[in-house]
Design a binder for this molecule. Structure first.
Ligand SMILES: C[S@@+](CC[C@H](N)C(=O)[O-])C[C@H]1O[C@@H](n2cnc3c(N)ncnc32)[C@H](O)[C@@H]1O
Length: 255
C-alpha cells in the first residue's frame, strides 16, 4: 500500500502550519512538487522548501519535482479544465508508480486548505477510489486564506444569523451587485470589486497574507477604492505578481 497525503500548509509562512501537518510531514518519504508557469509561482514553491527545511531533517525525505500540466484555453473553459485534470491524473499515477515504494508515504504540500479551490483532493481521490488495494489517501486540513483574512482584519466570518459565500472573481463578475451581502472573493485577477461601488458595501482586502509582504486595507468600498487600486498596482509592479483575497460585506444599520 502507498499512502498519499495532502497536507494543508496554510496561506503563508511556516507559522500557519498545524501540529497535525507537521506530524504528517515528518512521516512523509517523498514530497511531490509541481512547478507551475507564471509569476510568483517560484516564490510559492520556495516557501514550501523553506517550510520543509525548517521542519524536517534533510536526510529523511526526498523531493520529486515535475512540471505541472498547463490549462489550455482552446475549446472553451470547461473542456480546457477537463483536459488539464486528465493530464494531472496521468502525471500523478506516473509519479506514484515511479517514485514511491510499497509502504511509503508521498505528500503534496497544499497552499491553504486542500478542500478550498484546489483540485488535488478530487484528482488524487479518483485515483485512490480506482485502486483502493494500492493507494490510501490522507487529507490534513489547513488554515485558508479566508480565515487568515478575517483574523488579520479581526472580524468574524459572519455576523449573527448571516450566511457566508465564498466565490471567485469570475463568478462575482456575473453576480447582481444588489444580492451580494457577505462574499469572500478569491482568484480575482480582474479587480472585479470595482463593479460594486454605490452598493453600501464595505471591503476587507488582504494581499500576500501571512508573508512579510502582507498588505491590508478595509473600509467603505466607495471611499477606499482609489487607494486600493493604487496599492494593488504598486504591489504588482514591485513584486511582479499579486495574490489577494477580499470580503464584500453589506453595511447593516447600527453596525
Ligand atoms: C487556488 S486558490 C487556493 C486557496 C487555498 N487552498 C486556501 O485554502 O486558501 C488561490 C487563491 O487563494 C487566495 N490566497 C491564497 N493565499 C493567499 C494569501 N496568502 N493572501 C491572499 N490571498 C491568498 C487568493 O485569492 C488566490 O487567488
Amino acid at each position: 500500500m502507498k499512502t498519499l497525503s495532502l497536507i494543508g500548509i496554510g496561506p503563508g509562512g511556516p507559522e500557519y502550519l498545524t501540529l497535525q501537518a507537521i506530524e504528517a510531514m515528518r512521516r512523509t518519504d517523498v514530497f511531490f512538487m509541481l512547478e507551475k508557469a507564471g509569476r510568483g509561482k517560484e516564490e510559492l514553491l520556495q516557501i514550501r522548501h523553506t517550510i520543509m527545511e525548517q521542519i524536517l531533517e534533510p536526510s529523511r525525505y526526498r523531493v520529486v519535482t515535475a512540471a505541472s500540466p498547463q490549462r489550455s484555453t482552446a475549446g472553451g473553459y470547461q473542456r480546457g479544465v477537463e483536459a488539464w485534470h486528465a493530464a494531472k491524473r496521468a502525471l500523478f499515477v506516473e509519479l506514484f508508480e515511479r517514485e514511491l515504494a510499497a509502504g511509503e508515504q508521498g505528500a503534496f504540500l497544499i497552499w491553504g486548505d486542500p478542500a478550498l479551490y484546489d483540485q488535488t483532493v478530487s484528482l488524487v481521490g479518483t485515483l485512490v477510489a480506482a485502486a483502493p488495494e494500492r493507494y490510501a489517501l490522507e487529507v490534513i486540513p489547513g488554515i485558508t486564506a479566508v480565515q487568515a483574512l478575517s483574523a488579520r482584519h479581526r472580524i468574524p466570518l459572519n455576523r449573527v444569523g448571516e450566511a457566508i459565500s465564498i466565490t471567485t472573481g469570475r463568478q462575482l463578475a456575473e453576480c447582481d451587485p444588489s444580492r451580494v451581502d457577505n462574499a469572500f472573493v478569491m482568484l480575482d485577477g480582474e479587480e472585479t470589486f470595482q463593479r460594486f461601488t454605490g452598493q453600501d458595501l464595505d471591503i476587507y482586502w488582504g494581499a500576500y497574507l501571512g508573508t512579510e509582504d502582507e498588505l491590508l486595507i478595509a473600509g467603505a468600498l466607495d471611499t477606499v477604492l482609489d487607494a486600493l487600486l493604487a496599492t494593488r498596482q504598486r504591489a504588482r509592479a514591485r513584486k511582479g505578481w499579486i495574490m489577494d483575497t477580499y470580503l464584500l460585506r453589506r453595511r447593516r444599520r447600527g453596525g
